[in-house]
Ligand binder design. Structure first.
Ligand SMILES: Cc1cc2nc3c(=O)[nH]c(=O)nc-3n(C[C@H](O)[C@H](O)[C@H](O)COP(=O)(O)O)c2cc1C
Length: 361
């Protein structure tokens, strides 16, 4: 028999799925013991990085994969069906759970609560062939991994991230996101990213906090005090070199629909959990792919002409690194061994993620 308690335990574990800026774009509704509704949403209205809601859909995919893995601990097989004709900005899933005799516990389950982002430098030790094969296996057969290893390739990636960060940090349209997503003076944050998980030193953190107090301050720091240099060095260039490898997950064909992006998120989460199981840390590096998509699809995202040109140059650099199938890339990041981060995002309590209809239950 499936119990309501089991469904709550599954949800409680799956809450640890990753999401862009820890936005947790989902709410849950327990209809009955075997039927759960996941109400997805996105942040495209206020977050320049959530282009057409695609990153939120990738997050939603990561959540669905995590739910399915968590369900396996209870001998439950999960089937997810997206509601047809539901608006793209609120993808809504009906999940049905079946108790089956042949549903082994997924070996990735232990990695769910410990998987987290490492934004600080990692070990330079190269990945073993076995580790690479395990990660490739985690995304196969619909996705493949392109590796960027060795000093030369890592430097090209680190430089891309360094230039990309100039666009991020000088883009007025990104300012509200940067102002709102960091929880200052914190090691943990339920609904944002704690500053101590950003990978910057305490002095840079204090300066950033002051600068982010208003867009005028950001502009002044950027123009007169070379304000982007320290954060870009600490958050992009140095970590870009200090890792085992960068990698790109590429789909067989161009990802276009909501279902494509959700499916990609499922593969990404299997890969990230596999990395955790192998003792590796990961940091997503998604913004070059997002800006490249803006450019490729001719979608304007800034009123600043100079920044549009910078985005065009970045798109060219991203394409030259990834190759002609850049539009197939669904995920990018760096990987490596090393010490675990000492600060991380936590999550909303489960009660806060429940749709009101279930509170009585
Ligand atoms: C779609 C998506 C995009 C992300 N992009 C980035 C990124 O560009 N840089 C980064 O450092 N983290 C990125 N993250 C990681 C999230 O910030 C992180 O998952 C979230 O804050 C929760 O933290 P945790 O993964 O440590 O639990 C991304 C995560 C998702 C799911």
């Amino acid at each position: 028999m499936i119990t309501r308690e089991a469904i709550k335990q599954i949800l409680d574990l799956a809450r640890w799925a990753p999401s862009g800026d820890n936005s947790q774009p989902w709410r849950f509704e327990i209809v009955d013991e075997s039927h759960l509704v996941v109400h997805g949403f996105d942040t495209r209205e206020h977050c320049v990085y959530d282009l057409e809601g695609r990153p939120s859909q990738v997050s939603l995919g990561a959540l669905l994969e995590t739910l399915s893995i968590a369900a396996s601990a209870h001998g439950l097989r999960m089937q997810a069906q997206r509601r047809a004709n539901w608006p793209d900005c609120t993808p809504t899933y009906d999940l049905h759970f079946d108790l089956t005799a042949d549903c082994p516990v997924d070996p990735l389950i232990a990695a769910i609560p410990v998987r987290c982002v490492q934004r600080r430098p990692m070990s330079l030790r190269a990945l073993t062939q076995q580790q690479k094969l395990a990660l490739e296996h985690a995304v196969a057969p619909d996705y493949r991994i392109i590796w960027f290893e060795g000093i030369h390739d890592k430097f090209r990636m680190a430089l891309l991230m360094f230039h990309n960060a100039k666009l991020r940090l000088t883009l007025p349209e990104a300012y509200p996101t940067h102002r709102d997503v960091i929880q200052w003076n914190s090691r943990y944050s339920e609904d944002r990213i704690p500053d101590q998980a950003l990978g910057i030193d305490p002095i840079t953190a204090r300066l950033m906090r002051f600068a982010l107090g208003s867009w005028r301050r950001v502009e002044f720091f950027n123009r007169c005090l070379a304000g982007t240099w320290m954060p870009r060095l600490q958050m992009d260039l140095i970590p870009g070199m200090a890792c085992a490898a960068h990698f790109v997950i590429q789909a067989q064909r161009e990802t276009q629909t909501t279902d494509d992006f959700v499916a990609a998120g499922r593969a990404v989460q299997r890969c990230w959990l596999t990395a955790t199981k192998l003792g590796l840390f990961h940091q997503p590096e998604m913004t070059p792919l997002i800006f490249a998509r803006y450019v490729r699809n001719g979608i304007g995202f800034t009123a600043q002409r100079g920044l549009q040109q910078l985005a065009d140059e970045l798109e060219a650099a991203t394409s030259s690194l990834i190759g002609p199938d850049v539009a197939h890339a669904v995920w990018m990041g760096r990987l490596g061994a090393g010490a675990a981060p000492t600060a991380r995002s936590t999550r909303h309590p489960l009660a806060q993620l429940m749709r009101k209809t279930d509170h009585a239950g």
